[in-house]
Design a protein around this ligand. Structure first.
Ligand SMILES: *Cc1c(COP(=O)(O)O)cnc(C)c1O
Length: 403
């Protein structure tokens, strides 16, 4: 570890610090609940040009490349100011040539957002749209690539946070690589907790952000991309501020971000990266989240709730549940009751039936999830809902998924 920068100033807390007392747990997939030590890392101002901060940026990039599995130095990491969507737009605008054509795999809001971004950028694309919650599969991607030789890139969302489905990234990467096409991955809500090691799953570029599975606070995203791809992207971006090549080459030359960096967010993120390592990296973090999911889903099912997805597709990131059919159930009341008991949940995003979502990521463990299930049971009781079974229409929807 570098002796300068954040390492000397920010005490190296090991993993395990709880969030602050009195705050509700954010059971939402980013922003999420962060440790007190991550928050404390923000209690200092940094000069963006100063050597200490440049060392922090260098450490951040190095640590992210290590998490990605870049042992050969073939990839590089470029952080970009803004929320995750800014980094997705930077990746698409910088890596998709103006005469290229993308195949976008859509099964929810984030896939749709990628298509919408390409509309803004004026890049050619086509979609495979699987609706709200069916995964794109290898053979249909292969067929689409073979049917349209103009396609140069495939864009995939790793975990589609709108339903919580875990898309088969290894299967898709294999098909795309075998046909010599380039794969761009939105791994926003998965990177750091689910395996995406580029030695196993080769890709051209992937993007994630500070406030998801690494458990930092919001303020920037980052792209991990092949160096040769970064080199070739010069002059391609439609945007001054979102030009990845310009950000990258400036960072390589000066160690600095091109425009004002979110300094406090970076300091918090470095602390979060150290806690991620102390927890056992991707495997350790993924294990805790999977336990969170298993405890929470088992408890909710015991109360009569049903998940949208079958177990095999349930991500350890966020889980969608159907609203109960009971006439006394109302989402807003349910939400308010849970909030008063210390838990913030997320409304659903399905178009056909009413649902809500509960996140498994952030600074919390199975004990917290057990308390959450207890709070849900109390909330149902206070509402006068003695049966959490969803309406028949929800079960019909789910039957389509199984088929
Ligand atoms: C969170 C998220 C994003 C980015 O959302 P922002 O609100 O811009 O941070 C993009 N894709 C997925 C899959 C996400 O979960």
């Amino acid at each position: 570890m570098t002796p300068t920068g954040g390492a000397t100033v920010t005490p190296n807390f090991s993993m395990g610090e709880a969030p602050l007392e009195g705050e509700p747990y954010l059971l939402t997939p980013g922003p999420l609940t962060t440790s007190a030590s991550v928050k404390r890392a923000m209690l200092r101002d940094w000069g963006s040009w100063d050597g200490d901060f440049r060392a922090m940026t260098a450490e951040l990039r190095r640590r992210l490349l290590a998490i990605a599995g870049d042992t050969q130095g073939a990839y590089d990491c470029v952080p970009m100011q803004g929320s995750g969507t800014f980094a997705v737009e930077a990746m698409l605008g910088s890596f998709l040539p103006r005469d290229g054509k993308a195949l976008v795999l859509v099964n929810g809001a984030y896939g749709q957002r990628i298509a919408q971004t390409l509309d803004y950028l004026g890049r050619a694309y086509t979609v495979i749209d699987k609706g709200d919650y069916l995964p794109p599969r290898g053979p249909e991607v292969a067929a689409a690539l073979e049917a349209d030789p103009a396609l140069t890139h495939v864009v995939l969302v790793h975990c589609e946070t709108s339903s919580g489905i875990l898309n088969p990234v290894a299967e898709i990467a294999q098909v795309v690589g075998a046909r010599g096409k380039k794969l761009l991955i939105d791994s926003m809500s998965a990177f750091g907790a689910l395996p995406l090691d580029l030695r196993d799953i080769p890709y051209t570029a992937m993007v994630s952000s500070a406030n998801k599975c690494i458990e930092g606070v919001p303020g920037f995203g980052f792209v991990i991309a092949r160096r040769e791809e970064l080199e070739q992207s010069k002059g391609r971006s439609h945007s001054l501020s979102l030009d990845l090549h310009a950000q990258w080459s400036n960072m390589e030359k000066t160690g600095q971000w091109r425009y004002t960096p979110p300094t406090h967010v970076v300091a918090a993120f470095l602390q979060a990266l150290r806690e991620h390592e102390a927890e056992g990296g991707v495997a350790g973090r993924g294990k805790r989240y999977a336990e969170n999911r298993d405890v929470m889903v088992a408890g909710m099912r015991k109360l009569g709730f049903e998940t949208l997805l079958q177990d095999g597709w349930l991500s350890p990131i966020i889980v969608t549940f159907f609203n109960p059919a009971h006439p006394k159930f109302g989402f807003q009341t349910f939400y308010d009751l849970l909030k008063s008991k210390g838990f913030i949940i997320y409304p659903g995003k399905l178009t056909v039936v009413d649902s809500f979502r509960i996140g498994c990521i952030g600074r919390m463990d199975a004990t917290v999830m057990r308390r959450l299930v207890g709070a849900v049971a109390e909330a149902l009781q206070e509402m006068g809902v003695d049966d959490a079974t969803p309406p028949a229409a929800a079960m019909d929807e789910r039957a389509k998924l199984v088929a």
